[in-house]
Write a protein that binds this ligand. Sequence first.
Ligand code: DP6
Length: 404
Amino acid sequence: MLENSSSSSQRLTVITCTAPVNIAVIKYWGKRDEELILPINSSLSVTLHQDQLKTTTTVACSRSFQEDRIWLNGKEEDINQPRLQSCLREIRRLARKRRSDDDPSNDISLSHRVHICSVNNFPTAAGLASSAAGYACLVYSLSRLFGVEGELSGVARQGSGSACRSMYGGFVQWKMGEREDGKDSLAEQVAAESHWPELRVLVLVVSAERKPVGSTSGMQTSVKTSQLLKHRADSVVPGRMEEMISAIQKRDFATFAELTMKDSNQFHATCLDTYPPIFYLNDISRRVISLVHRYNQHYQETRVAYTFDAGPNAVIYTLQEHVPEFVQAVRHFFPPETNGGEFVKGLSVDSASLSEELKRAIGMEPVPKGISYVISTQVGPGPCVVEEPNLHLLGPDGLPMKST
Ligand code: DP6
């Protein structure tokens, strides 16, 4: 944490943190309490590495600030949104509690207003849920600013359900909990990011024409209308959570991959069972599904898995040894624009060739430019503090730096 002098010579305390994106392999879909954001089923996700995908947030606090303010990706937003207010209120409450309990060392006044500035290192157009990384980063940064320690996933959850899982690295479960006050609806690490070093993640960014239905309203309609969702939450997910945790602990890729694909398919089936139905997958998404199944079928082994959230992008899980060939298959069946910039971003991928036999076995007509680009990444750590002071997004005056 840094203390600066602002132009009005009021002390400014500032801190910058980063937080990761997570991609669920057992999906969260449906709330039993809209306000506290309590889910109807537990879920489990993989935290993606921040070298490729992350949110960075600077929070600053000063006696001279008149009001709480927030800037997201360069634009000032309404700080009065209920979910932002829940997170701010909860962190201030925890800070107050901690201070009255014991520690007078943190001298930041709780009556001071905060300025928040947040950016993603990936384009919003990539269609990746940025709310999880965004709220995780907000809550983590505020907790460091106010000197709050301990369990914070319950606060991040009140920003966006999936954000609670971005509070940890590696493999993370969100236990739905039973209590009405939500105190037991928390995220918990199942295995650390170092647990399965061969696991790789490829985000296939599909060019979409339309903006899909948001997850908050989509899941509300599903809870109201889908009987399949109720069956899934009550009778399918509990067993699947146990099987998934055991597959991760054993690093059993085939089981992990099959459960991941089945759970994604069931989530999208509940969307179709919603009335009126919600369509997140498009034609390219469905072709990716076929490609994966035909690829696995050819090798008589489950080498690759797909999963889809509330949009058409595919997230692929595979093992390091299969990445070059599978990426080549993606390049072959979705030929990119020749001068459209690099097709594979992130972790470098060795080149590979496809056998005629494999191309024949997949047997799909190539769809030019069906996939805009691929982000190649891996499992990564949870939120962290940025130590270099020159990376703050807010300047000494407490306002966004020009570049943000
Ligand atoms: C399909 O966490 O975005 O990505 O709690 O309303 O903010 P709110 O919803 P959100 O929903 C994520 C849904 C999902 C599945 C998942 O990440 O588990």
